[in-house]
Design a protein around this ligand. Structure first.
Ligand SMILES: [Zn+2]
Length: 323
């Protein structure tokens, strides 16, 4: 049984950052999508492109699926956007020349989703789980985008009669503003089961993560809102917010949103809490053996990842995680 690996998360964020910019009009964005399709293949998860148009630009979502063996178990989804944006870009030529590394926004979320897929690929989870990397979440230099990939995806799922027991969108989970790992969970009404379960998991598995719950149906600035619009339960998982419900990360949508400004330990903790939440949700099912095996592996993973985190911090002797 695999456990949450900080090195895998770091590798994914670094690889996406290396594209320079993933502005959805650019060839580099298409290459990033191809990279993610290959990354699903590398971990043995069946994946496909879902193409859609934004104006004259063909954009894709990258969809990984792990089919569950139990038809009575729920269907779940974890999503994040792979495109990026720089607030100083106003046309195609500047989009090509001004970088938008998007390590936090949202390579951090993509890395966590890919890591969950890697672990669940070996976990024999009873339900079906989809892992979707969305395109064109950002507005783009001509403001033609904005949650376009998730809108296309959610509408297509509804049209095909697919229902979800729980979905989570991860958008900016790597910046740590204070001394502790902390994220915000935004829901539109009552907590969905997955939200409650994720919060429970921190206590059950001893995961080092504070979670603030916000019931804010007006907070529609990321891909979770596309699910809400289709009546699909969803939450946004996002790092610490200011009073206006926007991220406090000062590097957001600039050339400075890079891997070295992130807390990988926080990304690991969010990944563990979501996996733990998924585990607890299916705990009532028949397959208690699965729960025991996976639960033991997860607790071991927490211990290992905390030890690794401390080791890496000491070795690097840096304080970047504490800002
Ligand atoms: Zn974002």
């Amino acid at each position: 049984m695999a456990s949450v690996d900080q090195g895998s998360i770091e590798e994914t964020i670094g690889a996406l950052e290396a594209f320079g910019s993933r502005e959805f009009h650019l060839e580099s964005s298409r290459q990033a999508a191809e990279y993610l399709l290959g990354a699903f293949g590398d971990i043995g998860v069946q994946a496909e492109m879902q193409y859609f148009m934004v104006g004259d630009t063909t954009v894709s979502n990258v969809i990984g699926t792990i089919e569950g063996g139990d038809e009575d178990a729920g269907m779940y989804l974890f999503g994040a956007h792979y495109d990026s944006e720089n607030r100083d870009v106003y046309d195609l030529s500047t989009a090509e020349n001004i970088t938008a590394p998007g390590a936090d926004d949202d390579a951090s979320g993509v890395a966590a989703v890919l890591e969950m897929a890697r672990i669940l690929a070996d976990a024999d989870f009873p339900g079906t789980v989809k892992f979707v990397m969305f395109g064109a979440e950002e507005m783009g230099y001509d403001n033609s985008g904005g949650c376009r990939g998730s809108e296309y995806f959610a509408a297509a799922e509804t049209a095909q009669g697919r229902t979800y027991s729980g979905t989570a969108v991860l958008d900016m989970i790597g910046y740590r503003a204070g001394e502790v790992n902390k994220v915000s969970l935004i829901v539109n009404a009552d907590e969905q089961a997955l939200t409650e379960s994720m919060r429970d998991a921190a206590g059950v598995f001893g995961i080092d993560l504070e979670m603030d719950l916000f019931v804010r149906p007006d907070a529609t600035y990321s891909d979770h809102a596309s699910f809400w619009a289709e009546g699909i339960p969803s939450m946004l998982v996002i790092e610490e917010l200011d009073s206006g419900m926007f991220p406090v990360n000062p590097m957001y949508h600039t050339s400075y949103d890079t891997l070295d400004t992130l807390s990988l330990g926080q990304v690991v903790a969010v990944t563990e809490a979501l996996l733990g939440g998924l585990l607890l949700l299916e705990e009532g099912g028949d397959d208690s053996g699965w729960v025991l095996v996976f639960g033991a592996a997860l607790m071991a993973a927490v211990i290992v990842s905390v030890a690794l985190f401390i080791y890496v911090r000491r070795r690097r002797g840096r304080t970047g995680d504490d800002r």
